[in-house]
Design a protein around this ligand. Structure first.
Ligand code: KIV
Length: 268
């Protein structure tokens, strides 16, 4: 693994040189450490923690204080990756001032290097304001989970030409406003390719096909730790549910049968 710290300019250079950018979510110290040691470019402390850690149905109940708590755990572990903190629902929607205050907390208290929030034209003024104060912003368009009620579920966006045009325009406006990268979630592969080619900043895809500048997955999906549903775009690289479940069952059985602990596993 490279020792050097990944920074915003490094990510831009990777796009310019055609090198893919690797992004994964993490929510706590031990997993963030493993991900960092694997050499991931970016660790996103996603508000998906509402679903995969807290067991909620959506990301909407997640609060600023919860996100800060998890961001601190992750930044303590990350020595190489750039850590991006996801701004939770209602931490940036009400005003530019609230956005600056809450993004500042992620940098100052959470030790994050950047923040992410969802939205197109509606959040361009927030991106501009944070860029003015040197807080780097990762934008996020397409299937934006905080808009679940407007979308009527987690549905692919931008299949109709009107919406596709709007997403392309949103991406260009977010770039002009100063976003350093942009997550494209749940949009057709061809639209993701078109947006990627139209921008100088890197696009990070999730459910957006192979033509983005980088990819992000939710860690619990990749490890097979979240099994409530399995979106088409998720590739499971491990089945930690089976491994953990087997370990718990064997431990219980050993305690019940007296096989654990042995004399040797105690003190003289
Ligand atoms: O919250 C999150 O984990 C995200 C990624 C899915 C991009 O926003």
């Amino acid at each position: 693994m490279a020792n050097s710290r990944i920074t915003v300019p490094v990510l831009r250079k990777k796009k310019a040189e055609g090198e893919k950018i690797t992004v994964l979510t993490a929510y706590d110290y031990p997993f963030a450490k493993l991900i960092d040691e694997a050499g991931m470019d970016v660790i996103l402390v996603g508000d998906t923690l509402g679903i995969v850690v807290q067991g909620e149905e959506s990301t909407l109940p997640v609060t600023m204080d919860q996100m800060l708590y998890h961001t601190q755990m992750v930044t303590r572990a990350a020595k190489h990756a750039l850590v991006v903190a996801d701004m939770p629902f209602m931490s940036y929607q009400s005003s530019v001032e609230e956005t600056i205050k809450n993004a500042g907390r992620f940098v100052q208290e959470g030790r994050a290097a950047a923040v992410k929030f969802e939205g197109g034209a509606a959040v361009v003024d927030r991106v501009e304001a944070l860029s003015r104060y040197d807080i780097p912003v990762m934008a996020h368009i397409g299937l934006t989970p905080q808009s679940v009620h407007r979308m009527g579920g987690y549905k692919v966006q931008g299949r109709e030409s009107e919406m596709a045009k709007q997403l392309l325009n949103d991406a260009k406006s977010l770039e002009s406003a100063g976003a350093f990268s942009i997550v494209l979630e749940g949009i057709p592969n061809t639209l993701a390719a078109e947006i990627t080619n139209a921008l100088e900043i890197p696009t990070i895809g999730i459910g957006a096909g192979p033509h983005c500048d980088g990819q992000v997955l939710v860690m619990h999906d990749l490890l097979g730790l979240f099994t409530r549903f399995h979106p088409k775009f998720v590739r499971r690289y491990a089945d930690l549910t089976a491994i953990a479940s087997d370990a718990f069952t064997r431990y219980k059985s050993d305690v019940l049968s007296g096989k654990f602990p042995t004399e040797e596993e105690g003190y003289e």
